[in-house]
Design a protein around this ligand. Structure first.
Ligand code: GLU
Length: 508
């Protein structure tokens, strides 16, 4: 084990995210990570990742790697961590056990902590009997003579180490978002600091590590506020400076309960699999409980980093709004250059097999305007890759399920359209000009010709184009018809119309 180094000399801002590897990377954790990252970067400081893996019963293999991948996906780069190393390592608490032991010994020697030899059975009985303000441990071992305590420990008797919370008075700390918070010592339990397996509890680990890692600003979720007085007591017992605290509001479900996977997906990787862009995830998280100075809703990670201000953080829990999140994702999809979007669709596995490469950019360009998630792409453009099966009846336009063309009218519509489009020149010709342009295979000309025909035959264009849309895209709902026809090309479109005409022959 690498020997841990003492505090870094530099007094610059140092923030950290300290995930416990107990499951999937939680979106709420990414939210807190984003704020830590932004604040460190805007202050020219450092952002550290520390893995709090001391609860061995809840440890999940692979959770750490997944967390780091999520940070990476969102572009929240860290300066120090279990993967990058750094001057304050190791960055996994399970690799720092001797340190906690050493620090706890210092607390015992100074009378700030004591060994507790109570058995789990006794503790359970105490808890059941507890009344009044003190609902925790009854402090029986607090009065053991130090020599007896040391002798029993030396003899190998199992024990924990507890914080000796002052019996009187109160502890106060400043929360950067909420002001002064005061807690009566009477209401604080003699918290376990070191468990009988030699692992620290969260309270000891977090204080020792935040201090040794030089963390200047502890930015974490609101749910940790109740733990902070215990941490402050520990800082005081060690004689260390207390860091600044900021407790971020908890993200809530629409019914204001704490964001939970029963109501909303909370695994950040789920959003990736569902075709959310990292730009949109960062942007959305940056909107939760924080507003930009000009109230702008669409912003980049860097803009958020520059503009982030504690003054504009609210302490009321922001509500997670999936509708808004998807809207924002659509905004970000539209903002990506076509080449970038194409590359993303491919690298994220949303590219359907067989999509013609030479038409890729044009197809992406069409879809870019109408997607909210990347997952929509593949289904919506599948017809470009191959002719998809459909029933002849789909060719017949209807209103509320009632056909508005007869079989004969549908066949006439299709063959007249085919005839009109067969008269078009093969491909658009950049050199051409004047009259000849109108008969070139381009969306505007294709549409004009279709409309003229609808007029001649006395149909509303919307109704008239249904057989054509189905012939070309094999679906009733599709990308804009004439732009689609332009991309698909004359030969393929005529062939599809022929196929539709054949199919329509089977209509009764
Ligand atoms: N390990 C804690 C967690 O899982 C860290 C809390 C803190 O930031 O102090 O969130």
């Amino acid at each position: 084990m690498k020997s841990p180094v003492t505090q870094p000399a530099s007094p610059t801002v140092r923030t950290r995210i300290a995930p416990s590897p107990t499951g999937d990377p939680h979106i709420g954790n990414m939210y807190v990570a984003l704020v830590n990252w932004a604040f460190a970067r805007q202050s020219g400081g450092q952002f550290v990742v520390r893995i709090e893996d001391t609860d061995r019963t809840r440890f999940v293999e692979g959770a750490e790697a997944m967390f780091l991948r999520s940070l990476d996906w969102l572009g929240l780069d860290h300066d120090e961590g279990p993967d990058t190393g750094g001057p304050c390592g190791p960055y996994r608490q399970s690799e720092r056990l001797p340190l906690y032991r050493e620090h706890v010994d210092r607390l015992i020697a100074g009378g700030h902590a004591y060994r507790c030899f109570c058995t789990p059975e006794r503790l359970k009985a105490v808890r059941q009997k507890a009344t009044g303000e003190m609902t925790g441990y009854d402090r029986q071992c607090r009065t053991l003579p130090p020599e007896e305590s040391a002798r029993r420990a030396a003899a190998g008797e199992p024990h924990t180490v507890r914080l000796a919370v002052p019996l009187e008075g109160q502890t106060q700390f400043e929360d950067g978002l909420r002001g002064a918070i005061t807690i009566e010592h009477k209401s604080v339990d003699d918290q376990v600091l070191l468990k009988s397996d030699g692992y620290p509890t969260y309270h000891l680990g977090v204080v020792v590590d935040d201090h040794l890692m030089g963390v200047t600003h502890v930015i974490r979720a609101e749910e940790w506020i109740v733990s902070t007085p215990k941490h402050v007591l520990l800082y005081q017992a060690f004689g260390w400076d207390v860091p600044r605290y900021y407790h971020m509001p908890l993200i809530r479900n629409p019914d204001r309960s704490k964001l939970s996977k029963r109501k909303n997906p909370t695994n950040v990787m789920w959003y990736r699999q569902q075709g959310f862009l990292p730009e949109a995830v960062v942007n959305y998280l940056g909107m939760l409980g924080h507003s930009m100075p000009d109230q702008r809703e669409v912003f980049t990670r860097e803009e958020f980093m520059r503009e982030f201000s504690w003054q504009r953080v609210t302490t009321t829990g922001p509500v997670f709004d999936m509708e808004k999140f998807e809207w924002l994702n659509g905004e970000w999809i539209r903002r990506l250059p076509v080449e970038t979007l194409t590359a993303r669709l491919k690298s994220e596995g949303f590219w359907p097999a067989g999509l013609p490469e030479d038409k890729a950019q044009a197809i992406v360009g069409l879809m870019r305007e109408r997607m909210r998630r990347l997952t929509e792409f593949s289904d919506a453009v599948a017809f470009f890759a191959a002719r998809l099966p459909y029933e002849a009846a789909l060719l017949v336009p209807d209103k509320k399920g009632k056909p508005i063309m007869t079989a004969t009218e549908t066949r006439t519509a299709l063959s007249r359209l085919k005839e009109a489009y067969a008269a078009f020149a093969p491909e658009p010709d950049a050199e051409a000009s004047g009259d000849s342009l109108s008969s070139q295979w381009q969306a505007a000309a294709l549409e004009a010709s279709g409309r003229a025909l609808a007029d001649e035959l006395g149909w509303k264009p919307g109704e008239f184009f249904t057989p054509l849309r189905v012939a070309i895209t094999c679906r009733r709902v599709s990308t804009p018809l004439f732009e689609t026809m332009e991309i698909l090309g004359r030969e393929e479109c005529l062939a599809r119309m022929d196929e539709a005409i054949e199919k329509a022959k089977t209509l009764a």
